[in-house]
Ligand binder design. Structure first.
Ligand code: CP
Length: 316
């Protein structure tokens, strides 16, 4: 059997690079561990000493608001020391290779890298080339994977709709360029969500997307029928190499989540978005800020879920 790079010899989490290959039990353990951290985030003293003496390096080669700050907060609340490397002012801008950057940071006796990179596979590469004691967490690599985002989304869904096996979840918009959608589909199917749908124009879907275990819709009204969870995605124009849409306004007309469109989902459906949101492009402001939206709860839950993943990977 091929050894999963993400697990140590005891089957415990060592790196967190992708949902692919992780068991349902492990994903549920992450969610359950995050529950206990979410409970302490309401306390006056939010810190626990679990990672005291450990050093975590945030290596973000791509921009981020939510992921970088919630990783920093998660590490701080676990009492770890955190280094935020500013890539724009680092030696990367002078031509230093990724491997040389890693070697130099290793020489400072750090314990973990949290990596965001525009290239798919960057976090895997670092995990394969780091010192034995180092854990690597993928904070988003190219179009490939954003596993901690998928876990915080799953955590938020379970908080609102605990019976995962009965749920119909729709992911709407730019699936083709979305590392979030890929990780969500894997996570939702691994834990046994009843149905995962993707709703998008043909030009924004990967080839053979149905082989990922999803039902495919090109009509938003039909796709939203009877769903419990509607997840919208940003058009990722920075990853589009050709014109895939007539215009943003045309996309909004057909695939924008407006109050009228949302009425086709279940009455108590929740609305989610990984952020950053583009109001009036994939979602109406009144929906993003409306009573069914849990978008900011996703951000809050990001801290607890990342605390769970950091602590599990560091303790293995
Ligand atoms: N959802 C997400 O990854 O957001 P950031 O790009 O702000 O981290």
């Amino acid at each position: 059997m091929v050894k999963n790079l993400q697990l140590n010899n005891d089957g415990k989490l060592k790196h967190f690079l992708t949902i692919d290959g992780l068991s349902r039990e492990l994903l549920i353990e992450i969610l359950d561990t995050a529950e206990s951290f979410a409970a302490i985030s309401g306390n006056q003293i939010k810190k626990v000493p679990l990672l005291r003496g450990k050093t975590i390096v945030n290596l973000f080669f791509e921009n981020s608001t939510r992921t970088r700050t919630t990783f920093e907060l998660a590490a701080t609340r676990l009492s770890a020391d955190v280094l935020n490397i500013n890539i724009a002012t680092s030696a990367t801008s002078k031509g230093e290779s990724l491997l040389d950057t890693i070697r130099n940071l290793e020489a400072m006796h750090v314990d973990m890298f949290v990596v965001r990179h525009a290239l798919s596979g960057a976090a895997h590469f670092i995990a394969q080339n780091s010192a034995e004691h180092i854990s690597v967490i993928n904070a988003g690599d190219g179009q490939h994977s954003h596993p901690t985002q998928a876990m915080l989304d799953l955590f938020t869904i379970r908080q609102k709709k605990p019976d995962l096996a009965k749920l119909k979840v729709a992911i709407i918009g730019d699936i083709l360029h979305s590392r979030v959608a890929r990780s969500q589909i894997l996570a939702f199917n691994t834990v046994g969500v009843a149905e995962v749908r993707v709703i998008a124009p043909r030009t924004l879907l990967p080839a053979k997307v149905e082989t990922l275990g999803v039902s495919v819709f090109h009509d938003l009204k039909k796709g939203l029928e009877d769903v419990d969870v509607a997840i919208t995605l940003r058009l990722q124009k920075e990853r589009m190499t050709s014109a895939l849409l007539p215009s943003e306004s045309e996309f909004y007309k057909c695939f924008g989540l407006t109050p009228a469109m949302l009425k086709h989902a279940k009455k108590d459906a929740i609305v989610m978005h990984p952020g950053p949101i583009n109001r009036g492009v994939e979602i109406a402001s009144s929906v993003a800020d409306g009573p069914q939206s849990v978008i900011l709860e996703q951000v809050s839950n990001g801290v607890a879920v990342r605390m769970a993943i950091l602590s599990m990977a560091m303790q293995s």
